[in-house]
Write a protein that binds this ligand. Structure first.
Ligand code: SD4
Length: 315
């Protein structure tokens, strides 16, 4: 039945990613999706383009280090056809946390590896290994260490999160991040936690999150977004009302809420975004090339408009 449904599917596809830094990789991925490329390939193209790029200090190579000056990465992956998941947490010296997470999803067991064991598995699997701390990231670290004031929770981190519906009807979601700047050694955020940082089910939709993992995990927000899609909410409503409601709940219960942003796409290729901060994201589909948008929270959820030159303050 699933195959028949897939054959009947049009070649409609949608790709959505967190933050402006994803734009270049999105353009590469969309060329592939036009030629019947898979959602998995699209995720890998977008995420590895960001991981490799030393201009971005929140993901992969040149990511900002933890309190002791070491770059520790988190990454996650889920395929919505098979519900396969793969994830790595707190892994060092791996060029692509996403590729390693995806590789973990190919194993029958041991889908979520952390620390030394994850790095050993990367080496055994022939993954590219490298020093991730660049001179520039080290300088940012040294400067920050010399400052007396405590680090604000939303300084120096942005996860690349991607959701894709491909032309064959497969949904997938993936993430990669160096996590919070100056995090404690061993700290793992939401990005590799299935249901919090990412979720995908090809019968419903896919979602991915960015922001302060300690908040996102309190609401299992990616799973909750997909659950709301299953209830029939349209993606924009599902994502924006979820983030707005959850932000209010955190404030009610805890007196404050840190940054949370969420992207999602449903099985029809409709997309949605929710955020409680100014947040940039990139979308493309079979009719529209990759374009950067900005979402800002308002009373009902958030407003969305095209990114322009006045938006230099948002990553
Ligand atoms: C984390 N959620 O490690 C990640 C960081 C992030 O935008 O996404 N920042 O908590």
């Amino acid at each position: 039945m699933r195959l028949i449904n897939k054959e009947l599917k049009s070649m409609k596809w949608t790709l959505i990613a967190t933050w402006k830094m994803a734009a270049e990789g999105m353009r590469l991925a969309e060329a592939n999706l036009r030629k019947s490329g898979s959602a998995d390939q699209a995720l890998e193209t977008v995420i590895t383009a960001v991981e490799k790029d030393p201009r971005f200090h929140s993901v992969g190579y040149s990511g900002l280090p933890n309190q002791v000056g070491v770059v520790q990465l988190d990454g996650g992956y889920m395929n919505g056809d098979t519900l396969s998941i793969g994830a790595v947490g707190c892994v060092e010296k791996v060029a692509s946390a996403f590729k390693l997470a995806r590789h973990c999803a190919d194993q029958q067991f041991n889908n979520f590896l952390v620390g030394e064991g994850a790095a050993q598995f990367a080496v055994q699997s022939g993954m590219e290994m490298m020093e991730l701390l660049t001179l520039e990231a080290q300088m940012i670290y040294e400067q920050r260490r010399a400052e007396p004031k405590p680090l604000s929770s939303y300084k120096g981190h942005d996860t690349v999160g991607v959701c894709c519906l491909d032309g064959q009807g497969t949904l997938a979601a993936g993430t990669s991040t160096s996590g919070l700047f100056m995090k404690k050694p061993g700290r793992v955020g939401d990005s590799p936690v299935c249901g919090s940082g990412f979720y995908a089910d090809s019968e419903i939709g896919a979602a991915a999150a960015t922001g302060v993992g300690e908040e996102i995990m309190k609401g299992c927000l990616s799973y909750e977004a997909v659950r709301r899609l299953q209830q029939g909410q349209d993606p924009q409503r599902a994502a924006s009302s979820l983030v707005a409601e959850f932000t209010r709940k955190l404030i009610r219960k805890r007196g404050r809420a840190e940054a949370i942003s969420l992207i999602c796409v449903d099985k029809e290729g409709r997309w949605g975004v929710g955020t409680n901060i100014k947040f940039a994201f990139v979308v493309s589909d079979q009719d529209h090339p990759a374009r950067v948008y900005v979402a800002e929270p308002d009373q009902d959820g958030c407003t969305i408009r095209a990114w322009n030159d006045t938006d230099q303050d948002v990553d």
